[in-house]
Design a protein around this ligand. Structure first.
Ligand SMILES: *Cc1c(COP(=O)(O)O)cnc(C)c1O
Length: 440
């Protein structure tokens, strides 16, 4: 939002009172006049205020100067304002910043990352359609397809994210949407994203990426590789959704999601569903995001450094059968991570501060639970991307439709590495490993 747009906004949303309608208060303490003045006051603060943070506009109702303006207002393209649900200067600003971060053209805010997935699915799918979901997708995304989309007669099919030929084989004439995730949730396999998008492109199916892990930083979802047969064009996903709940919020205190696109017609289809479903966001939450967004890259790199250090250390621990972190050689999909995210920081690459371990099958669920309970700095909790390190034990068997031969037998535990000192986190892991699994 530039300052000239701000000025036109102030002029068009002039809610100052007409003095002739306000009861004169010359007779002293006139309650009627005061009551109206509390709603319609003549004072206008001076223009020209400037501060580092953008102002927070809070509105359900948006005021129009006259009926003609009310009728003429257009909510679809951010040229004006109609109603709080359709956007305010505050939401427009966050949307534009996120579109830039993800390398897209249009962006839409929704109340959570999962709402972003639901909004895209409900906008693009109808009865008889099929949607493809990777077997390692974010769990609630699978549940949405299994329990809700099914009610509308929309079929979902699970594909192997590490085998592009399996994805290609499962696309049918009824397939309208393919969900992608890089890496997959919990087991962290990094797919050949460019190849997956090439397959969707060739078959004319919309490719939507859950880009929460990459956060718009580790790789550019709309610029994955040169497009086939056109030296100028770039290959990219059609839609990138992002759980802002994670790194952009960075505090573990805000739920929000975004839907970014590069095609205005596709954006409008999603925005129409967004309006009809009533998926607005609160201005205070948008303010929190506008405040934390500038530090996202710094925090992301700090989380990454600590997570990789701890992941490497855990590789040497006897109770740990396998470490699942795409930036570590030997992890499933490491080569694909290297190709897409490996160029940052002079070849060090970039990754989120998230990884899992497989605790050796010698140890039962009770011992693994005891390990998690013994951790003191790592708290038990879902989500990730905040300052506090988190841990969750998973029962993988109930989460996967296909077998997972690339994983060692045992119990999966996922860590989200926060911003604590890495040596303190290592000491915490060491004492919990010792306490739960003993000296090995
Ligand atoms: C957390 C998460 C979501 C959902 O975000 P919420 O804001 O918690 O609904 C979606 N996808 C991935 C990969 C996530 O980690």
């Amino acid at each position: 939002m530039n300052s000239s747009a701000d000025a036109s906004l102030d002029a068009s949303v002039d809610a100052s009172p007409d003095a002739s309608l306000v009861t004169p208060s010359a007779a002293g303490h006139d309650t009627a006049a005061l009551t109206t003045q509390l709603v319609h006051h003549a004072y206008q603060p001076p223009a020209g205020f400037a501060a580092p943070q953008p102002p927070v506009y809070k509105a359900s109702t948006v005021i129009f100067p006259n009926v003609a303006a009310m009728r003429a207002r257009e909510w679809k393209d951010k040229t004006s304002y109609t109603y709080g649900l359709h956007g305010t200067p505050t939401t427009y600003q966050l949307e534009e910043r996120l579109a830039t971060l993800e390398g897209g053209e249009q962006c839409l805010l929704v109340p959570s990352g999962l709402a972003a997935i639901a909004n895209v699915s409900l906008a693009l799918l109808k009865t008889g359609d099929e949607v493809l979901i990777p077997d390692n997708a974010y769990g609630p995304s699978k549940a949405l397809a299994e329990a809700e989309l099914q009610h509308y007669g929309i079929r979902h099919v699970v594909y192997d994210p590490m085998d592009p030929s399996d994805l290609a084989a499962r696309i049918t004439p009824a397939t309208r949407l393919v969900w992608l995730e890089a890496p997959g949730s919990v087991t962290m396999e990094f797919p050949d994203l460019a190849e997956q998008v090439r397959i969707c492109r060739a078959r004319g199916v919309i490719a939507a990426l859950d880009n929460t892990w990459g956060a718009g930083l580790a790789f550019a979802p709309f610029d994955l590789a040169p497009a086939d047969g056109d030296a100028q064009a770039r290959l990219g996903v059609d839609i990138s959704i992002h759980a802002l709940t994670k790194y952009p919020s960075g505090g573990g205190d805000v739920l929000m999601g975004s839907i970014t696109t590069r095609d205005q017609a596709l954006h409008l289809r999603i925005k129409l569903a967004h309006m009809r479903l009533g998926l607005g966001v609160g201005a205070n939450d948008v303010e929190a995001l506008l405040r934390s967004l500038p530090s996202t890259a710094l925090r992301y790199e700090a989380h990454d450094r600590s997570a990789r250090e701890l992941a490497r250390w855990l590789q040497g621990q006897p109770a740990v059968a396998q470490v699942l972190h795409p930036a570590l050689p030997g992890s499933p999909g490491h080569a694909q991570w290297q190709a897409l995210c490996g160029g940052h920081r002079g070849g060090e690459g970039l990754a989120a501060g998230l990884f899992s371990v497989v605790i050796d099958a010698r140890f039962g669920q009770d011992a693994v639970d005891a390990f998690c309970d013994r951790l003191r700095l790592f708290k038990l909790g879902y989500s990730w991307g905040g300052p506090m390190s988190l841990v969750v034990p998973y029962e993988l068997a109930s989460m996967r439709a296909r077998s997972t031969p690339h994983l060692r037998p045992g119990t999966v535990v996922r860590f989200s590495i926060g911003l604590e000192a890495v040596e303190d986190l290592r000491a915490d892991l060491a004492q919990a490993l010792q306490g739960a699994f003993g000296a090995l």
